[in-house]
Design a protein around this ligand. Structure first.
Ligand SMILES: [Zn+2]
Length: 143
């Protein structure tokens, strides 16, 4: 499930890429796009390769983050203590990192919309909390 997309060097728009005529395949231009009705200058510049592999649903997020909790000690205590530990700075800010990595603050990511539409929650803190609690539940159920 690895999809590569391309980020316009000028405006930052993410799109599927196109191979320039004179290119050797080692770089891509972004797809044609406009800013305020004018073709973006970045259309003819090399675009940055970006990995569009981030989770888009709660289930995908659980599967994505679960392997990062290696070792037996994570799940020894209650769900509440696990969740509050992950949200504290003692853990290195796991909750915060999840919110940043998934773009929960930008509000235009697929997973943000998923949480609003499917789980009826709107605050990024509640989203990372639900991800962490779901990880805890999946892990303790499996063992
Ligand atoms: Zn652009």
């Amino acid at each position: 499930m690895s999809i590569t997309k391309f980020k316009c060097a000028v405006c930052g728009k993410i799109s599927t890429g196109r191979t320039p005529k004179d290119g050797d395949g080692s770089f891509r231009y972004p797809r044609r796009h406009k800013i305020n009705g004018v073709v973006c200058e970045g259309v003819y510049e090399e675009a940055e390769w970006v990995n569009d592999d981030l989770p888009k649903t709660l289930d995908e997020a659980v599967d994505y983050y679960l392997p990062k909790f290696k070792g037996p000690n994570w799940f020894n205590d209650s769900e509440d203590s696990f969740a509050s530990f992950c949200h504290s700075m003692l853990s290195g800010g796991i909750g915060m990192n999840i919110r940043n990595e998934l773009g929960l603050w930008t509000k235009d990511t697929d997973i943000y919309k998923h949480f609003v539409n499917v789980h009826n929650i709107e605050h990024p803190d509640d989203m990372s909390d639900l991800i962490l609690r779901s990880i805890y539940r999946k892990k303790t159920k499996n063992d």
